[in-house]
Design a binder for this molecule. Structure first.
Ligand SMILES: Nc1ncnc2c1ncn2[C@@H]1O[C@H](COP(=O)(O)OP(=O)(O)O)[C@@H](O)[C@H]1O
Ligand SMILES: [Mg+2]
Length: 221
């Protein structure tokens, strides 16, 4: 398994959080994690990424125990294995699209690869925008740039947090297809967390999170 989450639970100081929950994700598998606002989806993304440490349970990522590593170990494991497309995109505002991608590769510890960067921008239909700053992009273009930046780090796992909440029906469907197609082409597993039930028909597997932060149903089981 690429990702093995077991009995994972986390509570924020205010009492909100996620879990306990367990699920696995195979290499290259795509899965939707659907839950209402406040059910703990973003908290789960941060736990998987090692940005938060769980209070109980375990997270094995590419066979390594994210939950048991110190801050430096978590940073290294995150860099080597996963990429996140945040709802807020978080492109570096002072850098061009091209420079955002180059920086992401460098931070992931990978050598510069202009050909790969060019091919990804081409694939996402934004090669002509490579020299633009994030503020010079439309929302849809910026989303594509954020996806390109995630994929240029050659992740084994691509996490997307609410990638479609601000989009109309046809744009949401297109964004879901783009995530699925690009993750498959890159050989990356994909976990999309969202409250947007419009995405369900696009995914072979869906995990439903209840308002209590536990798994209600998992269509793979
Ligand atoms: N940094 C934080 N500090 C305190 N409580 C938080 C924090 N982040 C999230 N929460 C709480 O944890 C619960 C789950 O939040 P979140 O993971 O953001 O849910 P979702 O992404 O599904 O909307 C909510 O009750 C939320 O208020
Ligand atoms: Mg969220």
């Amino acid at each position: 398994m690429l990702l093995d989450v077991a009995d994972l639970a986390f509570r924020h100081p205010g009492g909100g959080g996620v879990g306990p929950l367990s699920f696995t994700l195979a290499a290259g598998e795509a899965c939707l994690l659907l839950g209402p606002s406040g059910s703990g989806k973003s908290t789960l993304v941060q736990l998987i990424a090692g940005l938060l440490s769980p209070q109980s349970g375990s997270i094995l990522l590419a066979g390594e125990p994210m939950h048991a590593l110190g801050a430096t170990g978590r940073d290294n494991l995150r860099r080597r294995t996963l990429a996140i497309v945040f709802q807020s995109l978080r492109l570096v505002s002072a850098l061009s699209v091209h420079a955002n991608l180059a920086l992401a590769r460098r931070l992931a510890g990978l050598p510069a690869d202009p050909a790969r960067m060019g091919a990804l921008l081409e694939r996402l239909g934004i090669a002509h925008l490579a020299g633009r700053l994030p503020r010079e992009l439309s929302q849809g273009e910026a989303q594509r740039a954020a996806l390109a930046r995630a994929l240029v780090t050659e992740p084994k796992l691509l996490l997307a947090d609410e990638p479609t909440s601000a989009l109309d029906d046809s744009a949401a469907a297109a964004a879901a297809m783009l995530l699925l197609d690009c993750a498959r082409e890159a050989g990356a597993a994909l976990l999309v967390v969202t409250h947007d039930s419009r995405l369900k028909p696009h995914f072979a597997r869906a995990i439903a999170l209840g308002a209590d932060g536990r798994i209600a149903t998992d269509t793979a089981i």
